[in-house]
Design a protein around this ligand. Structure first.
Ligand SMILES: NC(=O)N[C@H]1NC(=O)NC1=O
Ligand SMILES: [Zn+2]
Ligand SMILES: [Zn+2]
Length: 445
């Protein structure tokens, strides 16, 4: 990271402008496809001790494209960016000048979907290691989900507990989503208090979340929250699967004896595509209120972790075309893996919605590269090893969640580059678009 002094919480007035980060050791090496030997320093993250320095590269990602720039950083801010040819030469070693040659310098990743389980389930993972992992992977901002921690972040008081728990433990900028649950969905003052206390928006589930004290809402309850979201111009992010038992083989219903639970395909058929499609359809219906002139103009509906770039994405595209304020994300695991490749009993791969087949993965890539999918997030959702039931390998009982924030960039770049993704596209989907959704105007290109 560009500065060692990142241990602070930023809810509003995020004051690290766009280019400061993802300049530490990790990213520079990761994206250094050619000419690695031109690096003039390779001794690790020695920038940690610097407060004023200039970074050179022939490939700095800027709003005007990629080019040779000198990026001057002081404290935690970029204070100047000049064309490399016009850059002041280092005088007397101050500020320190680091030449990264052809290695890419780009905005830090903004991950709008991260579960940090502190307080309450810190043994699953807390702020310290969660944000360290983010920083190690080139992510410089995360927005934390309101569940898996205890208490869930559904009131102002619980948000204050979260903020308190995070103090002194943050390696990257961190914001918080509040939780939308049946209990507060019709209570405008609880939601307003959450926003006043700094929540950047709301997160809801249309199906059981896996956490008992974070129950599902209905589309109707989401609709009821939209006017408050509109008032604060905030998004609601929704886990889009709706439970429809009639679409699931009867022997996969809870309480039924399970056979072949080590077979990933069994798990896959327990959460069919139709659940996701119906959820997205309902959400896009509700999102009509966000149209210009609608009762909730100013509110925004965001579909998390899309796996279905067919019918579900068609609903989103139609909603956009009609003027609804909607966006959609997908995650590195859906872009990297395929159901048919999941080894027997390998519950590390269990997540919800489930990984689909390779055809769906390729459709996601297509939609990401043509801009129909707006952004990438991780849905980083760790648990204890014990909950993954690695020995038993039971896909139906293991915790659903993939813990991979540190691999966001290598996963999406390696797979994306192979499919023709450019660095500009990578940066747009990981930084520019999420910056807008989480309301970080200074990080928007
Ligand atoms: N509770 C929780 O983190 N759930 C997440 N895990 C996952 O795989 N999908 C989710 O929504
Ligand atoms: Zn989810
Ligand atoms: Zn999640």
């Amino acid at each position: 990271m560009a500065s060692g002094n990142l241990f602070r919480l930023l809810l509003r007035g995020w004051n690290i402008p766009l280019f400061v980060f993802t300049v530490g050791c990790t990213l520079v090496y990761l994206l250094n496809f050619e000419n690695a030997h031109v690096l003039q320093r390779n001794e690790g993250c020695s920038l940690l001790s610097e407060t004023h320095f200039v970074l050179y590269s022939k490939r700095v990602v800027t709003p005007a494209g990629i080019g040779p720039y000198a990026v001057e950083v002081e404290g935690e801010r970029i204070i100047s960016m000049t064309k490399r040819s016009e850059a002041p030469k280092s005088a007397g070693g101050k500020p320190r000048v680091l030449d990264y040659g052809n290695a890419v310098i780009m905005p830090g990743l903004i991950d709008a979907h991260v579960h940090i389980n502190e307080p309450g389930r810190t043994e699953w993972e807390g702020f310290l290691t969660g944000t360290m992992a983010a920083a190690a992977g080139g992510t410089t901002t995360i927005v934390d989900m309101p569940l898996n921690n205890h208490p869930t972040t559904t009131t102002k008081e619980h948000l204050e507990e979260k903020k308190e728990a995070a103090k002194g433990k943050l390696y990257v900028d961190t914001g918080f989503w509040g939780g939308l649950v049946p209990e507060n969905a019709h209570n405008a003052s609880v939601l307003e208090d959450l926003f006043e206390a700094g929540a950047l928006g709301l997160k809801a589930f249309l199906c059981p979340s896996g956490i008992d004290d974070f129950p599902a809402v209905t589309a109707k309850q989401i609709k009821a929250s939209l006017p408050v979201l509109a008032k604060y111009r905030r998004p609601v992010l929704v886990h889009q699967e709706v439970t429809d038992p009639s679409a699931v083989p009867s022997d996969l219903m809870p309480g039924e004896p399970q056979s072949n639970a080590r077979d990933y395909m069994r798990y896959l058929s327990s959460r069919p595509l139709s659940w996701e499609r119906e959820g997205v359809r309902q959400l896009m219906e509700v999102a009509k209120d966000t149209k210009p002139g609608g009762v909730a103009e100013g509110a925004h509906v965001h579909v998390v972790h899309l796996t279905d770039a067919e019918d579900s994405l068609d609903h989103v595209k139609a909603a956009k075309a009609e003027g609804s304020s909607v966006t959609v994300e997908t995650c590195p695991h859906y872009l990297s893996f395929a159901a048919e490749d999941v080894p027997e009993g390998a519950t590390q791969y269990k997540c919800a919605p489930p990984l689909r087949d390779a055809r769906h993965r390729e459709l996601l890539w297509k939609a990401l590269l043509n801009g129909d999918i707006d952004m990438i997030t991780t849905d980083h959702s760790p648990s204890t090893l014990a909950l993954k039931l690695l020995e038993e390998g039971d896909f139906l009982k293991a915790w659903g969640g993939i813990s991979g924030i540190q691999f966001s960039l290598p996963a999406t770049w390696s797979h994306g580059h192979a499919r023709g993704m450019t660095i500009e596209q990578l940066s747009k989907r990981w930084s520019t678009v999420p910056a807008k959704m989480v309301n970080l105007p200074r990080k928007v290109l």
